[in-house]
Ligand binder design. Structure first.
Ligand code: GRG
Length: 286
C-alpha cells in the first residue's frame, strides 16, 4: 500500500473507533465524566484499537464483536497517558495538542480519570455481547497482564528507576518492551483471541505486534530527538542516545522487516498491517 493509502485507511478506521468511543462514554453532568471525555475523546491516532480490529477481522470476527475490546485498549492507553503526564511522573503540560488533564482539572481529578478509565475498560470487555465466555476471559487476561506489573506499569517503574542513568541497549529494550511494547502486543492478540485465532496464527500476529511496538518506540525516540530532545533533557535513555541516529534508524527498519516477515503466510487481507509497519518507520526515513 502507498503511504497515502495507509493514511486513508487509518483515517477511516479512526473515525469508526472515535464513534464507538463516544457511544461508550456519553456526556453527563459530572466533572469526572467531563474530564474522562476530555482525555479519551481528544484525538490520538487510535493505533491500538485499530490493530485489534484489524487482527480480529483477519481471523474472521465481525467488527462489532471486536469493538468493545478495541475501545478497552484505548481506555487503558489514555489512562496511562493521563497518569504519565502528572507532575509525579513526566510532568507534561501538553498532550495531543491540548493542555494535559491535571492542568485543566487538577491533579486529584486527573488521577481519578486514569483510575476510572482503567476500571471501565474491564467493564466494557465484561459486557461485550456475542463473544464466547472463554474467549472474552482470555482477552481480559491478555489486557490485564499487558497493562499490569508484567507489562506497562512494570515498564514504567523500570523507567522511573532508570532516570538519570545511562541504560544499555538490553535494558532499554526490556523497559520499552513492557512500557510501550506490551500494549501493542496485546492489541494484536486481543483482536485475534476474540476472533478465535489458531495458535500458529496467534504466534505470527504476536511477533508482528512485538516488532511493530519496537519500531514504534524507536521512531518515537528519533522524532523526539529531532524535536529538540525532551526525553534526553529529562535524563531518559533513548534509542538514538544509545545507538546513534543512523543505527537507531536501521534498528527500526529491521523491526519493520521482521514485523512484515511474520505476516508472510497471510494474503492481501494483511496489507493494512504491512502498510502500517512501513508507515510508522517512514516517519523517520528519507
Ligand atoms: C503511567 C502506568 C503508567 C504508564 C505510562 C505508555 C506510558 C506508560 C507512557 C506514555 C509516555 C510515552 C510518551 C511513551 C512512549 C509511547 C508513546 C509514544 C505513547 C503515545 O502513544 P501514541 O503515539 O499516542 O499512540 P496517541 O496520542 O496517538 O494515542
Amino acid at each position: 500500500m502507498t503511504r497515502t493509502a495507509v493514511e486513508r485507511w487509518l483515517a477511516q478506521r479512526r473515525r469508526l473507533v472515535d464513534r464507538a468511543l463516544e457511544r461508550t462514554l456519553p456526556a453527563r453532568r459530572s466533572q469526572l465524566r467531563a474530564a474522562m471525555r476530555y482525555s479519551l475523546l481528544a484525538g490520538g491516532k487510535r493505533l491500538r484499537p485499530i490493530l485489534a480490529l484489524t487482527t480480529g477481522e483477519l481471523v474472521g470476527a465481525p467488527t462489532t464483536t471486536v469493538l468493545p475490546f478495541a475501545c478497552a485498549l484505548e481506555y487503558v492507553h489514555t489512562y496511562s497517558l493521563v497518569h504519565d503526564d502528572l507532575p509525579a511522573m513526566d510532568n507534561d503540560d501538553l498532550r495531543r495538542g491540548r493542555p494535559t488533564s491535571h492542568k485543566v482539572y487538577g491533579e486529584g481529578l486527573a488521577i481519578l480519570v486514569g483510575d476510572a478509565l482503567l476500571t471501565e475498560a474491564f467493564a466494557l470487555m465484561a459486557r461485550a455481547p456475542g463473544v464466547a465466555p472463554a474467549r472474552a476471559l482470555a482477552a481480559v487476561e491478555e489486557l490485564a497482564r499487558a497493562a499490569g506489573e508484567a507489562g506497562m506499569v512494570g515498564g514504567q517503574a523500570l523507567d522511573l528507576a532508570a532516570e538519570g542513568t545511562a541504560a544499555s541497549l538490553a535494558r532499554l529494550r526490556a523497559m520499552h518492551g513492557r512500557k510501550t511494547g506490551a500494549l501493542f502486543r496485546a492489541a494484536v492478540r486481543v483482536g485475534a483471541i476474540v476472533g478465535g485465532a489458531r495458535p500458529a496464527v496467534l504466534r505470527r500476529l504476536t511477533t508482528y505486534g512485538e516488532q511493530l511496538g519496537l519500531a514504534f518506540q524507536i521512531v518515537d525516540d528519533l522524532l523526539d530527538a529531532g524535536d529538540g530532545g525532551g526525553d534526553a533533557a529529562r535524563g531518559k535513555s533513548t534509542y538514538p542516545a544509545v545507538l546513534g541516529v543512523a543505527r537507531a534508524r536501521r534498528y527500526a527498519e529491521r523491526a519493520r522487516d521482521a514485523a512484515c516477515a511474520a505476516l508472510q503466510p497471510f494474503g492481501r487481507e494483511a496489507d493494512p498491517l504491512r502498510g502500517l509497519a512501513t508507515w510508522v518507520v517512514a516517519q523517520v526515513s528519507t
